[in-house]
Design a protein around this ligand. Sequence first.
Ligand code: FAD
Length: 437
Amino acid sequence: CFCQVTGNLDDCACDVETIDGFNNDQLFPKLKALLESDYFRFYKVNLNKPCPFWKASSHCGLRDCAVKPCSPSEVPQGIRSSSHNKYSAEANKQLDECERAQRLGAVDVSLSDETKEALLDWSKHDDEAERFCVVDDEDSPDSQYVDLLLNPERFTGYKGPEAWQIWNSIYEENCFKPYSVKRPLHPDSFHGGSGGEARTFYSWLQGQCVEKRAFYRLVSGLHSSINVHLSARYLLEDNWFQKKWGHNVSEFRQRFDSDLTAGEGPKRLRNLYFLFLIELRALAKVLPFFQQPSFHLYTGRAEEDEKQKEQLLHILQLARSFPLHFDETSLFAGDEKEAAKLREDIRLAFLNISRIMDCVDCFKCRLWGKLQTQGLGTALKILFSERQIEALPLSSGQRPSFQLSRQEVVSLFNAFGRISTSVRELKNFRSLLAEER
Ligand code: FAD
C-alpha cells in the first residue's frame, strides 16, 4: 500500500512504525479526550482580519465553509471573563494589566500579591521577538470564541485558483527558494510533462541545509495533514434530509498514491510524520512550564480544571517517554552568527505564513489554518526557548522567563491533535484500501 510508509525518516533516526504504534495505541485516545474538554474546545480567533498581501475575495459562498461563533453564554465564565473579580482590590486598580497577565494562561486567580506583581511585570514584557506567528488581538471586537468541536475540520469544497494561490505563496515566497527554481504546483505538471520541474525542485531541496529542508517539510506536512482530513471527513451524501461525512478512498488515493503523484504522495506522508516528531518534541520539552503550581487550565470549575491538568501532564509525560525523539540540536549547530541569522530568517518566514492565513477565502479553512500555524509556531517557539524553560521558577512568586498565552496553549494542543488524528487516519485508509483489493 502506498500509504504504508516505512523505515527511517530523513534527517532523523526515528522509524515510522514506532510512531504509528506510539500514536495510535497510546497518545491519540488520551489527546482526543483532553481536546474535548472546555479549556481546549473554545478558541478565540479573529476571522475578519483583512488579507495583508492581495485583495482576497472573502466571499466564499460555500455552505460548508461557514463558521458558527459562540454566543457569550456558551463559553464558560472563567474562560470568557478575564475581569472575573477574584483579584484583590489593589490588583483591580490595575485591571488592564491583570487582564493581560491572566490571558497568559498561567494565572492562579488566588495568587499572593508577590506573584501577582511578578505576573504584572511579565505582562509588560514584550515577547513579540520570540514569536513565530502572529497572534490575534483578543481584545478586538472582531475576535470571537469558536467551539472547535462544533466546527470540525473536514471537506469544505474549497479548491481551485484561490486555494492554489495560498499554497503557492506559502511555498514559493516563504521557503527560501530562488525564483529560478519552480516548485511543481499543479498535478498536471507531473503528467504529460517531462517531470523536469519536479526534478529541478527536489534536487535543489536536497542541496539545502538541514534547517531549510526541515522548514519545507513542516509546511508540506501541514499541507498533507489538511488533505488527509478532508479525505477522511469527505461529504459523501448531501440531500435535503441528511449530510453524510466519511472516508473517500479515491480522494485520498488521488492525493497520495505514488503513481498518481509521480512518487510525491508517499514523500508527503513522510513529511506529515516529520511534523508529528517536531510537535511531539516540543510537547516533551515544555513539560516544566505546565508543571508550575501557578499554571491552571482555568475555566472556573476548580475540580474539573484540576482533573484536566492531571490529564495534560500525563500526556506530556507520555510525550517525554517516546524513545526516538527528533534531535533538534542538529539544527542551528554551525557558526553562532550564521545560526542566529538562519533562525531569524526562519522565524520571519513562518511569521509570514501565519499572515497568509488571513487570505484564505473559506472561513472554516481559515480557522483551522490559523489554529494549526499558530500551534506549529508555538511548538517552534518552545524548541527555541530551551534555556528559558529550564530556568523556570519552581515556586510561584518569581518572575517566569518563559510564558504561553491561553491562545498559544489551546492552539499547540489542538494542532498536535490534528496531526495525531491524521496519523491515526492513515491506519484507517490502509484498511479501507486493503478491503478494496
Ligand atoms: P492542493 O492541495 O491545493 O495542492 C496544490 C499543489 O501543491 C498540488 O498540486 C501539489 O503539486 C502540491 N502539494 C499537494 N500536497 C502537498 C504536500 N503535502 N507537500 C508539498 N506539495 C504538495 N479544503 C477542505 O476541503 N477542507 C479544509 O479544511 C481545507 N483547509 C485548507 C486550509 C488552507 C490553509 C488551505 C490553503 C487550503 C485548505 N483546503 C481545505 C483546500 C485543500 O488544501 C486543497 O487546496 C484543495 O482541496 C485543492 O486540492 P488540489 O488537489 O487542487 O491540490
